[in-house]
Every structure is written in C-alpha cells, then in structure tokens.
Design a binder for this molecule. Structure first.
Ligand code: KG4
Ligand code: ZN
Length: 337
C-alpha cells in the first residue's frame, strides 16, 4: 500500500489530496480563489501566488487530517511541476520539496495536463487504457492516445484559444461573469442550441488540432454587429443571450465530439476518456457518451470532483510514475510550458 500526498498549485486553485495506490482517494481538498479574481475577469498571477502562500499549509493539513494520516503514513509526495503560472507553481513545488526533504520521503514531479488526462482512471478497478483522451481545460484542449500511465502521445492540440478559454471569453462578451464555463452552461439550459449556426472549425480533413478563436469572434460580431466590438449587449433580451449561450455551447461540443471520433477512427481505438475543467460540462459529457455508445466504445469521464484542478489527480499519476521508477530532481525548477 502506497499513500501519496498530492499538491497542485499551477493556477488559481490551491489543492492537496491523499490517495492510496493511485485510485483510492482518502481526501481531496480544493481552496478556490475564484472570488479573488472575479472582479478582474480572469486570473491575476501575482494575486494567485500570494493566495497560494497564504493557504497551502492549511490545505495540506486539512487533506492529511481528513484522511487521518500523519507524516509517518505518507510514502510519497507528488507535485505539479508544469505547466502553469510560474509563481503559482513555485509555491507548491517549494512546499513539496520541503516536505519530502523533512519527512525523508521520495518526491515525483507531475505534468498537470497529463494528470488531467489520467484523472478518469481514478476510482476504476482497472485503468481504461488503451484509450483516446480528450482533455479540455482553461489552458488546454488536446487529444492524446494513452497506452499506459507513462505512454501518452499527444495527437493534437489547440492552435489558438483553449475550449475553456473560449467559454470564459464568450461569457465576458455576454456579460455572464467569471468563470465563464459554468455560467454559460447554466444560461444555455433555457436557450435554443439551434438558434444560431455558429461556425464549426474542423481545420484539415485529418487534423486533430482545435481552433476556437473563430467561434469566439463570431459570437462577438453576433452580439455587437459585424466588425464591432461593443455596444450591442443592451439590445439583447435574456432569451437572446440564452440562445447565444446554448448555440455557442452546442458548436463547441460538436467540434470536440467530432474531433474525438476522428482520433478514434485514425487510431482504431475502442475506448475514450474525458478530463479537464470543461469536462464538468454536462452537455459535453452526454454528447460524448452518446457518440461512444453509438460506436460501441467504452467511455469514462473523470468524476465531477476531479474535472477542475485538484490534488487527487496529481497524487494518482504521481503514484504510477513512481512505480515506473521516476524520482524528482530536487534542483529542478517549475516550468511554465
Ligand atoms: O482544468 P481547469 O480547472 O483549469 C485549467 O487547468 O485550466 O479548467 C478551468 C476551465 C475554465 O475555463 C472554466 O470556465 C471551464 O474549465 N469550465 C467549464 C465548466 N466548468 C469549468 N466549461 C464549460 N462548462 C462547465 N460546466
Ligand atoms: Zn487544469
């Protein structure tokens, strides 16, 4: 039995978790900074790192207390080393290095996006690999082929905005506030997804890359008028806004599902997994589940609590990397990319 403390501070969530053997989550504590960043309409890096400093000790303590583990029970420390905001990453990294050093326990570094990719495996008896993974978050939209925890190949990624970033920007255009994903999803519930035919950018016929800046601009011009960037929102009713939100969401989900199925076809896969902050979107979960069912593919979405940034996915992937012999170099630094 290997008990792992996972620490995640790459963006605006301060998170720590205790996970046994990569799948049994004993605690998963996430302190969100959303309220601190809301008035700026996005994450302010300096505010994020300061907030991590202020609350990481408490979050780690709470994760260990909830799991009823003391330092002597922890076998391994896992921490996000990349990618993310460098100042934010540094707080988690320094804390993890210090705990590993003081407790005399090994340390492993984890890639945040790969942790999202492996998050659908948490709680499963058997890992769902081989599988195609669609990972959609605020900073990333990528497709991977996963053959094992240490055999992950990227098949495609975004050429401009990430899916979550598009949700956030469109929510700002529609005056729905921050963070945009949950706000759009809620507004879309009363809207008509077929009201407006927003563009579906599929790039080349074999491309597994994504591009969401076109649809964001289409929403901008739809709201304000062609070529205009302001002045149109006041003319829209609540129902108009709901229709735009629903049509935008439908277009993004359509592209994500079609590209994932394209990857399945190209790689002859028979399983699909979904992770990342945008994976919390119920319309996306449902659409991907249906597409998989039609083609008789196995489908595993990350459980809701492991979609957004969290320490459990870091501890889980950290455990598997440790089993495969990975050890952190204490001299290594945080990496933004
Ligand atoms: O994975 P995450 O917590 O942070 C990053 O690693 O980026 O993802 C955050 C992103 C934000 O862009 C947020 O708007 C989006 O996930 N998001 C959603 C939903 N919940 C969060 N997007 C669409 N629908 C949601 N329900
Ligand atoms: Zn993330």
């Amino acid at each position: 039995m290997t008990t792992v403390l996972g620490i995640e501070t790459s963006c605006d969530e301060t998170a720590a978790a205790v996970v046994v053997d990569g799948r049994d989550v004993r605690s998963n504590v996430v302190a969100s900074q959303v309220d601190l960043h809301r008035k700026y309409g996005g994450v302010v890096p300096e505010i994020a790192s300061r907030a991590h400093i202020e609350c990481l000790d408490r979050v780690v303590r709470e994760a260990m207390e909830t799991a009823a583990t003391g330092p002597e029970d922890i076998d391994l420390v896992a921490v996000t080393q990349r990618p993310g905001l460098v100042g934010s990453l540094l707080i988690g990294l320094t804390t993890a290095k210090t705990l590993s050093w003081v407790w005399g326990r090994p340390l492993v570094y984890v890639d945040h996006v790969l942790a999202h990719a492996c998050s659908p495996a948490i709680g499963l008896e058997e890992p769902p690999w081989p599988a195609i993974a669609l990972i959609v978050s605020g900073g990333h939209s990528s497709l991977y082929e996963i053959r094992g925890f240490d055999a992950i190949q990227r098949l495609g990624t975004t050429t401009d905005d990430a899916a979550g970033e598009a949700f956030d920007k469109v929510a700002t255009i529609l005056g729905l506030g921050y963070p945009g994903g949950p706000a759009i999803e809620q507004m879309a519930r009363i809207g008509d997804p077929a009201a407006i035919a927003f563009p579906r950018t599929l790039l080349g016929p074999d491309s597994l890359d994504f591009s969401f800046s076109g649809i964001k601009t289409a929403v901008l011009y739809h709201v304000h008028g062609p070529g205009r960037t302001q002045g149109g929102l006041e003319r829209l009713s609540r129902q108009d806004i709901a229709d735009i939100a629903a049509s935008f969401q439908a277009a993004v989900v359509d592209v994500l599902v079609r590209k994932t199925m394209r990857a399945v076809g190209q790689r002859h896969a028979n399983a699909v997994v979904l992770g990342g902050g945008v994976a919390a979107n119920k319309v996306l979960r449902q659409a991907l589940a249906e597409a998989c069912e039609e083609r008789r593919l196995a489908f595993h979405a990350a459980p809701m609590e492991y979609c957004g940034d969290n320490g459990a996915m870091i501890a889980a992937l950290g455990y598997h990397l440790y089993l495969r012999g990975e050890r952190a170099d204490l001299a290594a630094d945080a990496q933004a990319h």
